[in-house]
Design a protein around this ligand. Structure first.
Ligand SMILES: [Zn+2]
Length: 65
C-alpha cells in the first residue's frame, strides 16, 4: 500500500473513519496528506463538525414533551 494518497482516497478514508477503525498505515497516510493539502484539511474538519452535530442529536433527550 502506498503512503501518499490522492485527495479522492483521503476523502474516502475520512468518511470510512466514521464507520470503522482505520489501519495504522491508513491513519498515517491520512495524516501525511492532510499536512500538505488544505482542501483535505477542510474536508476533515467538515466531517468532524458533522459528527459533533450527529452526537449532539443522538444525545438530545428533548424537554419531555
Ligand atoms: Zn487532498
Amino acid at each position: 500500500m502506498k503512503l501518499l494518497r490522492t485527495c479522492r482516497e483521503v476523502a474516502a478514508l475520512v468518511s470510512q473513519r466514521e464507520d470503522r477503525e482505520l489501519a495504522l498505515r491508513e491513519r498515517l497516510s491520512l495524516r501525511l496528506h492532510v499536512l500538505i493539502c488544505k482542501r483535505c484539511t477542510a474536508w476533515e474538519q467538515h466531517i468532524a463538525f458533522m459528527r459533533q452535530g450527529v452526537d449532539a442529536w443522538k444525545n438530545y433527550k428533548g424537554d419531555g414533551r
